[in-house]
Design a protein around this ligand. Sequence first.
Ligand code: S3P
Length: 433
Amino acid sequence: MKYQVQPGGALQGELRVPGDKSISHRAIMLGALANGVTRVQGFLEGEDALATLHAFRAMGVRIDGPDHGRVTVHGVGLHGLEAPAGPLDLGNAGTGMRLLAGLMAGQSFDTRLTGDASLCSRPMGRVVDPLTRMGARIGTAEGGRPPLVISGGQSLQGLHYAMPMASAQVKSCLLLAGLYARGRTSVTEPAPTRDHTERMLYGFGYKVERDGATAAVEGGGELTACDIDVPADISSAAFFLVAASIAPGSDILLRHVGVNPTRIGVLNILRLMGADITQENPREVGGEPVADLRVRSADLKGIDIPQDQVPLAIDEFPALFIAAACASGRTVLRGAAELRVKESDRIQAMAEGLATLGIANEVLEDGIIIDGGEMGGGAVRTFMDHRIAMAFAVAGLRASAPVTVLDCDHVATSFPGFHAAARGLGLAVEVVA
Ligand code: S3P
């Protein structure tokens, strides 16, 4: 499936983008392991979160739905999972695999975690190494890649771990393994990363200690079911934050967007570039801050992206690079080597597509330099990466000729219905076979 985008247009109207992917994964996991029934609304019915849902069904958890974002999880307690009949396939989802690795390390039965070609090329040593230090037994394919073969019946011991990279997946994996470990498991992060696991554990009545950059749990507690209202995903909203900013005459409202401070790098960076974004009606749902975001078009200027914003915007760089391409002057990103191990090598993938559209850029080992300028049309590769596809669809708004975005099937992992939502606001995108 491809997107064919006609140049030009402005965005108008209101939209609630689908539920937050990170929170949707965690809602299934903690709901399944809680005592009692967890009712979730706003669940992301995208392939990534559905893969996690199917994995827990395969381990004997009754899960009703999803039905218009409503899911009911009949928790089995921390020790109530059953051995699955076969491998657990996490599809495209790094979050699914890395968080499950932590949980599966504490079970009494063996599991095999696998995924699609992209996931099977991503590094898992970052979770396997510290889990092994906790006493887990995990086999991997060459180079620490999936599939992961996790031996059950190991007794885990708490660990203090200073993470070498700023990763919420690694932090969350270890805290979840810590629920099954003897003693205390603590993780120190080199820079703040999304804290949905800590917030949700707290919501399920599990104490998480936070001391500066360190989060810690004691093993041996229990989770108590609770209701979860999943905010709209700021990572999906990001494409429209950029789209409305770059398309002259735009004015849109994005409703019920999660604005957790560990996720709002995209807002901070766009504002530094001169974007006109206001937060309206701020509120809190189930321990997560939410707001409506009003975006009007603005003249953007290139900036040096502050290092402290990088982990807070890590999934939004494909969209931000399109903003940089439409800005006047030069944008410089450094300290973002993690982008190279996402669903694709996002530095290389974006550099190639930007060059196709005539935008001068220079690839750095840990970032990119982008010179804003006139954008032409052309056919852009996505490397099967959902966010690369959506970023280049949005670029069509400022291109001088049609943009064809190749291989867009993976958009369904995080944003089912993206093209219809985008069309509804005024992006001239069509799906072609
Ligand atoms: C996520 C953490 C981030 C992010 C991913 C979701 C999470 O990954 O890129 O899309 O839900 O914890 P890293 O922990 O690898 O940075």
